[in-house]
Design a protein. Structure first.
Length: 184
C-alpha cells in the first residue's frame, strides 16, 4: 500500500511539475487548431495568417512601446504609424480569418514576446537605435513573407490581402531606414 501511495504521489508530482512548466504559445495553439479543422490545401495559407497576426500584434505593441520609451521624435512618430497601420491591418486579417475559419493567436509568440521584453529593458538612445534596427529587419522579413503569399498562396482572398499590404510594408521599410539613419 505504501508503494502504491508513493508511486501515485510521484506521478502526481511529475504531472504538476510538467503542467507548471508548460506555457502555451498562442501561435502554436492556433496552428494546432488550424491543422485539426482546415483542409490540407489551406494549411500554408493558415500558417501565413497566424504569422501575419503574430507580426501585426508585435508591430502594434512595439509601436506603443516606442511612443512611451523613445527619445527621438522619429521613433515616436514611427511607433504611432505602426499602431495605426498595423492595427487596421490586424482588424482586416481577423475578419478574413473568421470567414475562412482560421484560428489566429491572441497573444504574442514566445519569440516575439522575448524581443519585446529585451527592447523594453533599453532606454534613451540605446532604445531608439535598437527599435530602429529591429523595425528595419522585421519589415524586410515581412515584405518577403507577404510577397511569397501574394504569389504562391492557395486562397484567392488571402493572396489578395497579402498583395494589398506589400506597398505599405515597403513604405514602412523606407521610413524605418530613415529613422535608423536619424538615430545613429
Amino acid at each position: 500500500m505504501k508503494k502504491l501511495a508513493y508511486n501515485f504521489m510521484l506521478a502526481a508530482s511529475l504531472f504538476a511539475a510538467v503542467a507548471c512548466n508548460t506555457k502555451e504559445d498562442s501561435t502554436e495553439t492556433a496552428e494546432d487548431q488550424n491543422e485539426e479543422t482546415l483542409r490540407s490545401s489551406m494549411e500554408e495559407d493558415a500558417e501565413f495568417a497566424v504569422a501575419a497576426a503574430d507580426g501585426g500584434m508585435f508591430e502594434v505593441q512595439m509601436g506603443e512601446l516606442a511612443q512611451r520609451s523613445g527619445t527621438s521624435p522619429q521613433v515616436k512618430e514611427f511607433g504611432k504609424m505602426m499602431v495605426t497601420d498595423h492595427g487596421k491591418a490586424n482588424e482586416e486579417l481577423k475578419k478574413l480569418a473568421q470567414q475562412k475559419n482560421i484560428t489566429l493567436p491572441t497573444t504574442l509568440s514566445q519569440d516575439k514576446q522575448d524581443k519585446y521584453n529585451n527592447l523594453a529593458k533599453k532606454t534613451g538612445r540605446d532604445f531608439d537605435r535598437a527599435y530602429a534596427d529591429l523595425m528595419v529587419s522585421d519589415h524586410k522579413e515581412d515584405i518577403e513573407e507577404f510577397r511569397e503569399t501574394a504569389e504562391d498562396g492557395k486562397d484567392a482572398e488571402l493572396k489578395s490581402w497579402a498583395a494589398s499590404k506589400v506597398p505599405a510594408l515597403e513604405m514602412h521599410l523606407e521610413r524605418a531606414q530613415a529613422m535608423q539613419n536619424a538615430v545613429k
